[in-house]
Design a protein around this ligand. Structure first.
Ligand code: AHR
Length: 652
């Protein structure tokens, strides 16, 4: 009896399972994948990163220098410092001619008094237990002094000494002195103190401290986060920072190369832009300069894409018709020369002026620069009339260089249409589009590129991010980006580059959000949007595959978005599906030209729409790995959970 019951139960279970399968297949959306017809190639540059020194992305962020205003060049020369006792500022006979200010510390005149300088770092200094810190300072004896000693203390946030060391200052010539500290605490808000310890006066300049694990002066965890994205292209140094609030404060790459000590300070365009996020101590030391950007491109395997000023100061911050604000067309020669010289710096032989500097800095081999952008987010007739002479000069000297032009600040409208028309006329190679839009826009625009002109310039989606109001870095924003990006992928023949923006933000110092990676002085966190970028970047494929339902791409039918690629090198089919609906959906992929494939890999990103990953907390949105169902009889039946971005991979 018992056995009979068991058999009946098994039979019933089998029957219901088969019925369910039949039913679910019947209800499953039927998609056709032309697996045997690889389409357009996907550019290696397709998914990349956009770097700008905004949100303390460089100084205070990726650039691992811990001392703020290390050269005393801020317009308020003691900003970032507390000066106690006999401290004064001087410029006579400086150590560095382009950063001429330095300080003099004199004997306080009493054994219970102090002459001291204290640096607050960038929202403090991050100290990690067991980590080494490399301190350095340029110093000389002041005046006719014969002997002096400098004491250096690393301080924790409770005003206790972590470690203290002394340096004997000898001679009246500027010399670099170095010390190593090791921290025995973990503290995000350390400080540094320099005391006049004994003897004669001391002149000091370029006070610096880096964590011992930094890579070419860059913060190790942030470099790793970039590497893990596998970005195909690396756009730098911005953003509006390229243009500057005025031309004098535009990013000038020539000031960002050579010895770091002699790179002149520049204002940061984001220091006082937003009164509600004022950052008056935000300057660019250029310690992270163009040489370091090129080195980093190499390290993370990206094509470098420098963007240079077209001679227009930030158009958001200046009237187009204001007199003397923008360079006139007949004043552009130095700007054009900057572009030509940059190409020489990156690629020129070591017998050329700028190639020789690159070699002297440690990289005799060419950086093999292939792309250059002229102008950031420019609009109106001012732009094409300036871009044109750049294009002529660059094309004459470097016919293979691909030049990126701008389509202005918005995703559509008069400025955008005019920009595109002009870029077509001038035959820009790529056109940089910017869109910071809401979730609905991202979902509605998944088919944006389906009907783009295939004959004109290619698209560089150079700045984009979904701005979900009140939940800037939520999973909802990331899911909408994932859905939208199926449209980038499907149109990889016309979209050749796409970079989310901005990249970095310090939790204590941001001006703009959302951002891809947040950090404090000790750690960083990868946002849900980061993981979307990573899934696209690491599973890019080599060729687009046509994936349709009833002959149409999935661009939001019942909240589903999908695209597919072939990875010829890895021998893989990769299908990406974003289900933005609040219900799970069954999808059957009907493979044309493939009968069977073993079960593959599934990577999903799923969370509450409001979920965010926060610095210092366990991340709640991370990719989860599973199994992609086998392909049998040319079919794979998939269930895509609600609010999920899923990536399926099958090996041939
Ligand atoms: O990414 C932040 C800013 O947005 C960029 O600097 C600018 O190009 C755009 O307006």
């Amino acid at each position: 009896m018992k056995n009979k019951n068991t058999l009946a139960t098994i039979a019933l279970a089998f029957f219901s399972a088969t019925a369910c399968l039949a039913q679910s297949e019947a209800e499953s959306r039927q998609l056709t994948l032309l697996a045997n017809k690889p389409g357009a190639d996907i550019a290696s540059t397709m998914y990349g990163i956009f770097f700008e020194d905004i949100n303390y992305g460089a100084d205070g962020g990726l650039y691992a220098e811990m001392v703020k205003n290390r050269s005393f060049e801020f317009p308020q020369p003691f900003m970032g410092w507390k000066a106690i006792g006999k401290v004064s500022l001087a410029t006579e006979n400086p150590a560095f001619e382009r950063n001429p200010h330095y300080v003099t510390l004199l004997d306080p005149g009493h054994r219970e008094k102090r002459t001291c300088l204290e640096n607050e770092g960038f929202f403090g200094m991050g100290l990690k237990n067991g980590m080494g810190y490399n301190f350095s300072v340029y110093a000389r004896l002041h005046g006719n002094g014969s002997k002096a000693s400098l004491r250096i203390d690393v301080i924790n946030s409770k005003n206790g000494i972590v470690e203290t060391k002394n340096i004997d200052i000898t001679g009246s010539e500027w010399k670099k002195y170095t010390l190593n500290f090791t921290s025995n605490v973990t503290d995000a808000h350390g400080k540094l103190r320099l005391f006049h310890n004994s003897g004669d006066g001391i002149d000091l300049d370029h006070v610096s401290m880096f964590p011992a694990d930094s890579w070419n002066g860059l913060r190790a965890d942030l470099v790793k986060a970039l590497e893990d994205l596998r970005p195909g292209v690396f756009r730098f140094p911005g953003g509006c920072i390229v243009e500057g609030t005025d031309l004098a404060t535009r990013y000038q790459w020539k000031n960002s190369v050579g010895d770091v000590e002699n790179r002149p300070l520049n204002e940061n365009r984001w220091n006082c832009t937003f009164p509600h996020r004022l950052s008056p101590d935000y300057y660019q030391s250029y310690g992270l300069g163009f040489y370091e950007f090129f080195l980093l491109s190499e390290k993370i395997g990206s094509e470098p894409l420098p963007i240079l000023s077209v001679g227009l100061a930030c158009q958001f911050q200046n009237d187009d018709n204001a007199k003397g604000v923008h360079a006139a067309v007949d004043e552009l020669q130095p700007f054009i020369q900057d572009a030509l010289d940059l190409i020489e710096f990156a690629n020129g032989g070591t017998d050329t002026k700028w190639g020789a500097l690159r070699a002297k800095m440690g990289h005799p081999a060419s950086f093999n620069l292939k792309y250059i952008g002229i102008g950031n987010e420019q609009w109106g007739p001012l732009y094409p009339e300036r871009l044109e002479p750049f294009l002529k000069a660059i094309r004459k000297a470097y016919p293979d260089m691909k030049v990126v032009g701008s389509a202005g600040p918005s995703a559509s409208g008069d400025k955008f249409d005019y920009g595109w028309k002009e870029m077509r006329r001038l035959k820009a190679d790529l056109v940089d589009e910017h869109y910071y839009m809401n979730p609905k826009w991202f979902l509605d625009n998944a088919a944006r590129y389906d009907n783009y002109d295939r004959k004109g310039p290619k698209v560089f989606a150079g700045e984009y991010a979904c701005h979900a109001e009140h939940q800037p870095n939520s999973f909802e924003a990331a899911l909408c980006e994932a859905a939208f990006m199926t449209g980038l992928e499907r149109n990889a023949d016309v979209v050749r580059m796409a970079t989310y923006a901005p990249l970095f933000a310090h939790v204590d110092g941001w001006q703009w959000r959302p951002d891809l990676i947040w950090f404090d002085n000790l750690q960083s966190v990868r946002t849900p949007s980061y993981y979307v970028q990573q899934l696209y970047g690491t599973k890019r494929g080599t060729n687009v595959l046509r994936l349709t339902e009833n002959g149409k791409a999935l661009t939001g039918q019942d909240g589903l978005y999908a695209s597919a690629v072939l990875d010829k090198t890895a021998g893989k089919y990769i299908v990406k599906i974003a289900n933005t609906a609040d219900k799970a959906q069954s999808v059957t992929i009907n493979f044309k030209g493939v009968k069977s494939l073993a079960a593959g890999k599934l990577t999903t990103l799923h969370a509450d729409l409001k979920a965010e990953n926060k610095v210092g907390e366990e991340p709640v949105v991370t990719p989860v790995e599973g199994v992609a169902p086998a392909v049998e009889a040319s079919k794979a039946v998939l269930t895509v959970p609600s609010s999920t971005f899923a990536v399926y991979e099958w090996s041939k």
